[in-house]
Write a protein that binds this ligand. Structure first.
Ligand code: SAM
Length: 420
């Protein structure tokens, strides 16, 4: 647990840069590291762990830091109350008054019984989860599961290799791993090696993809030769899986309104070896290009823009950057995108609506509103849909994943079928 004055100073600077939360924490951290090129690999790892640790425990650390939680106070409180340094280890780096304060922090560490602090979730999220029917114990357990850093999951690109061969190679390379419990294409790494330097990554044999995200692709279950639309493709995490499941045949449109995200898909696509993917920039969910495909598509995935609260393990800043207002705005967008995408499937075609949110208002409630105005769609059982993709996981009519029960990010998905 030894740490250095360089690490302490760099962490305080990084907290100062990130904490206004004007931009996503991972983007602010990348910028910080670019601006501090002299920090070595160990220092960077320490600073990243500290900043994300502070974000994960910020409600408790704000209380412990008092009325003015400065970057220095937040960092010292994290080191003492969460990272577990004792006063003797901290003494060389802090003033006498800080030594007295650290003793108070240690004593006050477990003084709160507020659910917001126990779950490390702001009160508006606690309120929404209560409205969704969760009891306080469940909210605390869920909040704690979101407080871990999460594993690094990979997907094997079966166009290029099979999972057994990759598992074997990782054993030879001394990379600790296990097959993911549900996805037949996934590998979970025990640590966080810089996998993007591994030859298998550079050759497109593996991609980084959370197991939950893999399951959403398996729920859509695209077949060889079909016409598929990934309506909100972004940088293509799910597009690449869908293209692989189609064995690079048929036609897979990757729509998105963000030119930048679609540009980020290009190098991944090149690595993947897929030749069936057609990225298409759209101006909005009502772009005229979409109309031309009306009623012609076998399967459509709507991986809707959402609060992202299911990814709090990796993006703990989201609980402070989202708000009831932003969720309400997203909500209107989600229904509008789903309504537009619903023009695409053929009769008998499948439409999967998915989010990485844990809030019913972004999930079940969107489906309820959609079905009220679309009697030509019915909900199909997600467990049965997964079983046909040879995945044994039944979470009820909808797929609902969370880190506590499934050790992956939080996801929701509904399988809809156009029946007339
Ligand atoms: C959850 S992310 C998609 C992640 C992506 N499917 C993946 O697996 O990596 C949602 C995406 O929706 C896109 N988006 C936002 N508004 C949209 C709209 N009106 N039509 C289509 N895509 C939209 C965003 O640019 C963003 O890339």
């Amino acid at each position: 647990m030894a740490f250095t004055s360089t690490q302490l100073a760099a962490t305080i600077d990084a907290v100062r840069a990130v904490m206004p939360l004007r931009a996503p924490a991972d983007i602010e951290m990348s910028r910080f590291f670019r601006e501090h090129p002299k920090l070595g690999a160990q220092d960077r790892a320490f600073v990243a762990e500290a900043v994300f640790g502070i974000l994960r425990n910020k409600i408790q650390l704000d209380r412990l830091s008092g009325a003015q939680p400065t970057p220095r106070k937040l960092t010292l409180a994290w080191l003492a109350a969460v990272y577990g340094l004792n006063l003797r280890e901290l003494t060389p780096y802090i003033t006498e008054s800080e030594q007295r304060w650290i003793s108070e922090v240690k004593a006050a560490k477990s003084a709160s019984a507020e659910i917001e602090e126990l779950a490390e979730l702001p009160s508006w999220i606690v309120g929404m989860l209560r409205e969704d029917g969760l009891g306080d114990e469940q909210i605390i357990e869920m909040g704690r599961a979101f407080g871990s850093s999460g594993s690094l999951d990979l997907r094997v690109n079966t166009i290029k290799a099979n999972r057994e061969a990759v598992l074997e190679r990782f054993s030879q390379d001394g990379i600790a791993h296990s097959p993911t419990p549900f996805s037949p294409h996934g590998i979970r790494l025990a640590g966080k090696p810089t996998i993007n330097r591994h030859p298998l990554f550079q050759e497109g044999v593996i991609e980084v993809q959370d197991e939950g995200s893999q399951l959403l692709g398996l729920l859509l279950a695209p077949k060889r030769g079909e016409m598929i639309v990934d309506f909100c493709a972004g940088a293509g995490g799910k597009t690449l899986l869908l293209g692989m499941l189609m064995q690079s045949s048929g036609r897979l449109y990757a729509f998105d309104v963000s030119e930048k995200r679609l540009a980020n898909l290009k190098p991944r696509l090149a690595r993947s070896g897929l030749s069936n993917v057609h990225p298409q920039l759209i101006s909005s969910e009502n772009d005229p290009k979409i109309k031309r495909l009306s009623g012609k598509i076998d399967r459509v995935l709507v991986d809707a823009p959402c609060s992202g609260l299911g990814t709090l393990r990796r993006n703990p800043d989201l609980k402070f950057r989202q708000s009831p207002q932003s969720v309400a705005e997203l909500n209107a967008k989600q229904l509008s995108i789903l309504t537009s995408a619903a023009r695409l499937p053929k009769v008998g075609g499948r439409l999967v609506y998915a989010t990485c949110s844990i809030l019913q208002v972004e999930n079940q409630k969107v489906i309820e509103s959609f079905l009220q105005s679309h009697p030509n769609f019915v909900v199909r059982d997600a467990g049965e849909a997964l079983a046909s993709s040879r995945v044994e996981l039944n979470t009820g009519p909808f797929l609902q994943l969370n880190p506590k029960d499934h050790q992956c990010d939080g996801f929701f998905a509904a399988v809809l079928e156009r029946v007339e």
